[in-house]
Design a protein around this ligand. Structure first.
Ligand SMILES: Nc1ncnc2c1ncn2[C@@H]1O[C@H](COP(=O)(O)OP(=O)(O)OP(=O)(O)O)[C@@H](O)[C@H]1O
Length: 762
């Protein structure tokens, strides 16, 4: 390893991070990590996690690099180290970085951010919160139920449940008879129904209590309906971050276990009750309760058994993963895709086995239903009556799938607020997506119901595509004007990339195509591996855009403005506080946006672009209209962003700025890239002479021209300016004539290269 300039340093990962066991999602193995202070979640791939996990404050970066090479058979290059450490530091995952990320934020010592179900409620489906402070209720119950967490109590209940199940299995025929009799007693049937509903409510509380016992937080308890079904729900946060799989499994299994335990009092009553109505009512209730609890353990979504199996195997979205795997296998077999080569062996085994088992289970259950319906029901109610439940079930499944598909489409295509989608009609005012982007819809906790999965931020993998932006032969015309005429370039991850050019060169048009604001007429644009057009809302969340005409909530204070932006991204106030401090406006949080100076406003615009910690930052003339001091001070901010390994695309007219900050620059003219290289190489390629300047009262032009090596000499602004390609030799000669204190030299700058290049274009 050649760690970036600090191989002997010993960074340490934050000891308070919540780190869950690795999970398989699709073909990828991910390690969930959560910042317990601001509630942000990340998913690290194996290689990034290996590095984070090895940064223990004891080992040097050189040692971690050696361990990495031993484990993965490849060494991390300097750029990769820089990028990875920048990301880990920037995300606040390393000790010392938490100060930058959280200190002083309201979330630093307050409660964790609360999860909640989201979405509109209608008569047909919806939810309502039933407990005003679910966390406090669970805390209270947690204290009151301490007796139930002893091995003695749990062991006794487990033994009794086993004994009950064996007995009930042996007496299954009697239970079915009881159920048949119960079916003819409406009042008792209704009482059994109410009992079952109460059992479902306690089932949810059990999830919450067990989750709490292992460090989770309950954020919401309520009632959900998907007519005709109504049920309680309980959102438990942080289950994926429990350190042990068995704690996760226990949380998932707690509900059915509670249902079985609740049957225990009925069991002896039923066993000893004399034949008659009470006996059959108890038997029927036992059978219904038993079927409900055991059916819940079936490993099919969204049942508890499915969660249980997923936690046990360490696989997330087992059903979707299996479907994806099998579809890839079939497509690969017919030559329509890359097949399943990218899946690790464990993933293949798990998905294959689950796919087959779930298929067999579903088919078996469907066959049984069909048999029952067509035999038993058809005998009683005729052929139509027999098929009715089957058709109803099929219709319900089809409607459910259609509903899911429609929701997925809605989520994918809903344009951000304020995006009218008519970007090509005129030169549009550029508005920062930070203000217009739609926040992610509410993310439920790690509940045991089909709520939305929480969104985690996937950290940039060490060995993912090295390019953040790939532009290939992109063209855009406005009528006959070719604004962008066949541009190809790539921006590498972690690079500070400048786009320069005179007015009308096509920079803005190009950048807007990268941001997904305009559609290219031809060629292709790929940003962070995705196409930005049609407008890609997922991608927008990974971009941060600062524009010259940044939209501000001008009547708010700087902090209020940023917090509003953070809310639009679905982030808490701590994200705004962090971004404000990051741009050095910590002290100006209370100042109205209107009252900020030009430089402070630009900083706020940059903070607006940074608030959601984007992977790619687009800066459009960030120092336009600033005085030299404010410009320099903004440079140090930009250098700081660069040192964090962020990828930045920067358009500017200030060539000194591009030279000072950019790793590479593309110079555009008339819609084309006429030069692309590092500033130093561009200057070098110019082969420009060095200028030696001496006050005109110390030397004459004639005397200067007589010096060996001087190619040109002229008077400019009271100075004799000599051009030479042998600067050392000329300076020695000039020193002798004019004295050493009189000489100044100017080497060529990017500006010279730029003027030479763009000048020759005209
Ligand atoms: N919506 C539009 N309709 C017609 N012409 C346009 C439109 N947008 C840009 N142009 C023209 O396309 C050319 C490139 O414009 P663009 O704004 O991309 O250049 P630029 O390099 O960003 O310029 P500047 O540095 O002045 O912002 C210009 O001639 C401009 O007038």
């Amino acid at each position: 390893m050649r760690a970036p300039g600090m191989p002997e340093s010993r960074p340490r990962r934050r000891p308070d991070l919540l780190v869950g066991p690795a999970v398989l999602r699709g073909a990828a193995e991910l390690h969930p990590v959560k910042d317990p202070v601001n509630g942000r979640r990340f998913e690290l791939r194996a290689k990034e996690f290996f590095v984070l996990d090895h940064l223990d404050g004891e080992r040097t970066l050189a040692e971690v690099g050696d361990a990495y090479a031993g484990r993965f058979g490849a060494r991390l290059g300097e750029a990769q180290w820089r990028q990875l450490l920048g990301l880990l530091y920037g995300r606040g995952l390393l000790a010392g970085a938490e100060g930058a990320a959280q200190a002083g934020s309201p979330g630093a010592s307050g409660p964790r951010p609360k999860g909640a179900l989201s979405g509109r409620s209608t008569v047909l489906s919806g939810h309502v919160r039933m407990v005003s402070d679910a966390g406090a209720l669970i805390e209270h119950l947690h204290r009151r139920t301490a007796f139930a967490r002893t091995p003695f109590f749990l062991g006794t209940v487990l033994l009794l449940v086993c004994a009950m199940m064996i007995h009930l299995a042996a007496e299954f025929g009697t239970l079915v008879d009881d159920m048949n009799q119960l079916a003819h007693q409406p009042v008792l049937l209704m009482a059994a129904g109410v009992g079952l509903w109460v059992s479902m409510a306690l089932h949810e509380l059990a999830h919450g209590l067990v989750g709490r016992a292992f460090g989770g937080t309950v954020t919401e308890i309520g009632l959900r309906w998907r007519l005709p079904v109504t049920y309680m729900y309980c959102l438990v946060q942080d289950v994926p971050f429990f350190a042990r799989r068995r704690h996760q499994m226990a949380t998932a299994a707690a509900g059915p276990a509670m249902n079985l335990a609740l049957l225990l009092p009925l069991w002896p009553l039923w066993a000893w009750a004399p034949a008659g109505a009470p006996h059959s009512a108890l038997g029927g209730a036992l059978l219904v309760g038993l079927v409900f609890a055991l059916a819940n353990l079936a490993p099919l979504p969204p049942l508890d058994g499915y969660k249980l199996l997923g936690y046990g195997l360490g696989v997330e979205r087992l059903a979707a993963g299996s479907r994806g795997y099998l579809a890839a296998a079939v497509a690969g077999r017919f030559g329509r895709g890359p097949g399943t080569g990218g899946y690790p062996p464990r993933a293949r085994a798990v998905y294959r086995a689950y796919g087959l088992a779930a298929g067999a289970l579903t088919t078996g259950a469907a066959a049984l239903l069909l048999l029952w319906a067509t035999r038993t029901l058809a005998e009683r109610y005729g052929t139509a009556g027999g098929w009715a439940p089957v058709l109803l079930l099929l219709a319900a499944v089809v409607l459910w799938r259609l509903g899911l598909a429609a929701r997925a489409r809605r989520l994918q295509h809903t344009p951000p607020d304020g995006d009218e989608g008519t970007r090509d009609s005129a030169h549009p005012p550029r508005t920062a997506p930070a203000v217009t982007a739609r926040p992610p819809r509410g993310t439920a906790g790690d509940d045991h119901h089909p709520a939305r999965e929480p969104r985690e931020q996937v950290m940039t993998p060490v060995e993912q595509a090295a390019e953040a932006v790939v532009i290939d032969d992109v063209r855009k015309s406005y009528g006959d004007l070719k604004a962008v005429d066949g541009v190809s370039l790539t921006v590498r991850r972690g690079e500070f990339f400048g786009i320069l050019g005179p007015n009308g060169a096509g920079k803005t048009t190009l950048i807007e195509m990268v941001e997904g604001l305009r559609r290219a007429d031809g060629g292709s644009v790929s940003v962070l591996g995705s196409s930005p057009w049609p407008r890609n809302t997922e991608l927008l969340r990974r971009l941060g855009v600062q524009t010259q005409a940044s939209a501000f909530f001008t009547r708010l204070s700087a902090l209020e403005h940023l917090r509003t932006v953070a809310t639009l991204y679905g982030l808490g106030p701590e994200a705004a506080d962090r971004a404000l401090r990051e741009v050095g406006l910590g002290e100006q949080g209370g100042t109205r946006v209107d009252d900020l100076s030009g430089g402070q406003r630009q900083r706020l615009a940059i903070a607006t672009a940074l608030v959601h910690e984007p992977e790619l930052i687009m800066l459009d003339e960030p120092t336009a209209a600033l005085d030299p001091e404010a410009r320099r001070s903004l440079w140090s901010l930009l250098r700081g962003l660069k040192s964090q390994g962020r990828t930045i695309v920067h358009t500017t007219h200030h060539l000194d700025e591009a030279e000072a900050l950019c790793d590479r620059v593309a110079i555009m003219s008339h819609g084309r890239v006429i030069a692309l290289d590092t500033p130093a190489n561009l200057v070098r390629s110019l082969k420009a002479p060095t200028r030696v300047l001496v006050p005109a009262d110390r030397i004459t032009v004639e005397r200067a021209l007589a010096i060996d090596g001087v190619d040109r000499a002229e008077v400019d602004n009271g100075e004799v300016v000599m051009e030479t390609r042998v600067a050392g030799q000329v300076i020695v000669a000039v020193n002798e004539i004019a004295g050493p204190d009189a000489v100044q030299t100017r080497t060529a700058t990017l500006e010279d290269a730029y003027l030479a290049l763009t000048g020759s274009e005209h």
